[in-house]
Design a protein around this ligand. Structure first.
Ligand code: G
Ligand code: G
Ligand code: MN
Ligand code: NA
Length: 255
């Protein structure tokens, strides 16, 4: 496949077509930025920008996702180190991890090496996983998640409410953060059922010791509604778009 070959080449060429952008995550009450989610972007020399929804699945079908996932972790940790050296306040960086990457037997050890190499505290890293990537081999997933948790890394369940797995996984996996999918957030102030479901999810999350963050907040009405439903944190275009590293540091400095 042409795209797969191009991706392989992009990964082997340093400083090339791949980059990370960083979307601020804020406290809903104050709007204060406490962290960022790293999101990959690919600018293909001929095809232009290719969205991750196109190329992540291709990387997952081959073994390329292992290398790609490592590149994402290295780049995010290196960037966090640079921000720290610039005197910016400490930021937690959240990184998306795909199922195939997470299941790799060397994942944990490589992660430890990357944290060490860039002098990062595990507590400053958050890994975002989806239900679907954890339920293929739940016993192994639980074991690795417990190792990560013992290391001090935070674990978020991404796209919550969109998968097909049962609620028992919430009790079984040691999550710290629940990310409410944007399909619940869009127009929530007009959708009574959505609001009721979301409120129940937030309450449940809190009662079992998780924080709740709403994704894809685009309007002030959505923000206010989620705040009233008890949601702690949020991210979305209403607050900030995903930004290149330099723009993010300028934003933080201007505040
Ligand atoms: O940034 P955007 O909304 O286009 O992302 C689309 C999808 O791609 C989301 O599901 C997001 O989780 C995923 N994604 C973005 N960056 C990464 C990454 O670095 N690794 C993995 N595995 N998925 C990513
Ligand atoms: O699956 P995951 O949650 O990792 O994907 C996050 C995706 O959502 C990224 O591709 C990011 O670019 C996108 N995103 C972030 N904020 C908003 C928003 O306010 N609205 C929409 N439609 N997408 C958003
Ligand atoms: Mn995510
Ligand atoms: Na999500």
């Amino acid at each position: 496949l042409a795209l797969e070959q191009d991706l392989r080449r992009a990964l082997e060429t340093p400083n090339s077509e791949l980059l990370l952008v960083y979307q601020p995550q804020v406290h809903l009450d104050s709007g204060e930025i406490y962290g960022v989610e790293a999101l990959i972007r690919w600018h293909h020399p001929q095809r232009g920008s290719i969205p991750p929804n196109r190329f992540i699945p291709i990387a997952e079908e081959s073994n390329l996702i292992i290398r790609l996932g490592e590149w994402v972790l290295e780049t995010a940790c290196h960037q966090a180190q640079l921000w720290e050296a610039q005197g910016l306040p400490p930021l937690r960086v959240a990184v998306n991890v795909s199922g195939r990457q997470f299941e790799d037997p060397q994942f944990y050890q490589r992660l430890v090496q990357i944290l060490r190499r860039f002098n990062r505290k595990p507590g400053a890293l958050e890994l975002e996983l989806t239900e679907t990537s954890l339920v293929r081999d739940p016993d192994t997933s639980v074991r690795i998640l417990n190792q990560l948790k013992a290391l001090g890394v935070s674990i978020a369940i991404d796209d919550f409410g969109t998968g097909f797995s049962s609620l028992s996984y919430l009790q079984r996996f040691p999550f710290d953060i629940l990310k409410i999918d944007r399909c619940f957030v869009a127009g929530i102030q007009h959708h009574r059922k959505n609001a009721i479901i979301t409120e129940a999810v937030i309450e449940m999350a809190h009662k079992i010791g998780l924080r709740a963050i709403a994704e894809g907040i685009e309007t002030p009405e959505e923000r206010t509604c989620l705040q009233q439903l008890g949601c702690d944190q949020g991210q979305g275009y209403f607050f900030h778009r995903p930004l290149p590293a330099l723009e993010l540091s300028q934003l933080l400095r201007s505040r």
